[in-house]
Design a protein around this ligand. Structure first.
Ligand code: DGY
Length: 304
C-alpha cells in the first residue's frame, strides 16, 4: 500500500516499520497541486506540523485509511474532515514530554537570566568586566510558575519548577475563569502548554497581558496561534512583561520581524521535541500506527 510521508523522518522508523509498503516522501512548502497529487492515491499519511492536511486533501484521497501525525499537536490536520470520513487520526503523546519540558526550561532560564544579551556581550569583545549592576535577571526560587495547560508537558515543566524552588499554580481548559484570573495575576513566569483550538486561538492578548504581573515572563512552547503577537510586543514595550521565550509562531516559518532585534525575547525555531530520542520515538510511533491501520488492526493513540 502507498504511504505518503510529508517530511523525511529520523531513521530507523519508516524504513523499518513500513518496509512492506511503498513509501513516498515529500517536504514542507510543496505547492498544493503537487501535495494533492501525492496524497490522491495514498492509503496512509504520516503527517508533520508544517504540512497542513486540509479537508480538500482528505476529500480527494479516496483510499485513505489513516492520518498518523508525527507530533502530539494535531492542529495541522482537519480533524472534522477525517472524522466525517471515518479516517482515524493518531498522534504521539508521551514520547516528547520530557524533551519539550527541558526546552521550556531552557527558555525560562535564558529569559530570566538575560542570557541572550549577556552572551552577545561576552562574544563581542566589548565586555569591560564585572559590574554589580550588569545583566540583572529574575531569581526563580520563591517565585510563582504558572502553567496554562496542565497536561503531560505542563506537568513535566511544573515538576522541574519544584526543583528550582518555585511555587506552582496551573490550570486546564476545564478550570474556571477565577482560576485563569489567578494564573494571570500571580504568575512571575507563565508557561503555555495547551493545544491550539478555536477556543485557545489568541487566548493571550492585550486584556490578558494587562492583568499579568509587572515584570513577568511569558514562555510559549505550545503553538504560536495561542498568543497575539502584536499584543505581546505591546506588553514587552510597556514593561508589563520583562521578557518572553518563544519556540512557536502563528505562521511558521515566518517570525514577526518586530521580534527579531529584541534582546528581551529569546526565539527558537520550533525545537521543543528536538532531541534524537524524542524525534525518533515520534517517527516510530507514527509509523507503528500506520503499520497497524494498514494491517487492519486497531490504532493506539487515536485522536478522532
Ligand atoms: C508537537 O509534537 O506537537 C510538537 O510541536 C512537534 O515538536
Amino acid at each position: 500500500m502507498k504511504v505518503f510521508v510529508t517530511q523525511a523522518q529520523p531513521e530507523p522508523s519508516v524504513s523499518d516499520l513500513l518496509r512492506e509498503h511503498e513509501v513516498v516522501t515529500g517536504q514542507a512548502g510543496l505547492p498544493f497541486s503537487e501535495l494533492q497529487n501525492l496524497v490522491a492515491d495514498a492509503d496512509a499519511i504520516l503527517a508533520t506540523p508544517p504540512v497542513r492536511i486540509s479537508r480538500e486533501l482528505i476529500e480527494n484521497a479516496p483510499k485513505l485509511k489513516i492520518v498518523a501525525n508525527g507530533a502530539v499537536g494535531t492542529d495541522n490536520i482537519d480533524l472534522l474532515a477525517c472524522k466525517e470520513r471515518g479516517i482515524p487520526v493518531t498522534n504521539t503523546p508521551g514520547v516528547l514530554t520530557e524533551a519539550t519540558a527541558d526546552l521550556t526550561w531552557a527558555l525560562i532560564l535564558c529569559v530570566a537570566r538575560k542570557i541572550r544579551a549577556a552572551e552577545a556581550v561576552a562574544r563581542s569583545g566589548r565586555w569591560d568586566g564585572w559590574k554589580p549592576t550588569d545583566f540583572l535577571g529574575m531569581s526563580l526560587s520563591g517565585k510563582t510558575l504558572g502553567i496554562y495547560g496542565l497536561g503531560r508537558i505542563g506537568s513535566a515543566v511544573a515538576r522541574r519548577g519544584e526543583a528550582f524552588g518555585m511555587r506552582i499554580i496551573g490550570m486546564t481548559e476545564a478550570d474556571s475563569r477565577t482560576v485563569f484570573e489567578r494564573l494571570l495575576s500571580e504568575s512571575d513566569v507563565l508557561s503555555l502548554h495547551c493545544p491550539l483550538t478555536e477556543k485557545t486561538r489568541n487566548r493571550f492578548s492585550t486584556a490578558e497581558f494587562q492583568r499579568m504581573k509587572t515584570g513577568s515572563i511569558l514562555i510559549n512552547t505550545a503553538r504560536g496561534g495561542v498568543v497575539d503577537t502584536g499584543a505581546l510586543i505591546e506588553a514587552l514595550d510597556s514593561g508589563r512583561l520583562s521578557g518572553a521565550g518563544l519556540d512557536v509562531y502563528p505562521e511558521e516559518p515566518r517570525i514577526d520581524p518586530r521580534l527579531l532585534p529584541r534582546e528581551d525575547v529569546v526565539l527558537l525555531p520550533h525545537i521543543g521535541s528536538g532531541t534524537v530520542e524524542a524525534r525518533l520515538a515520534m517517527a516510530r510511533t507514527a509509523s507503528s500506527e500506520i503499520r497497524r491501520a494498514l494491517a487492519g488492526e486497531p490504532v493506539v493513540n487515536r485522536v478522532v
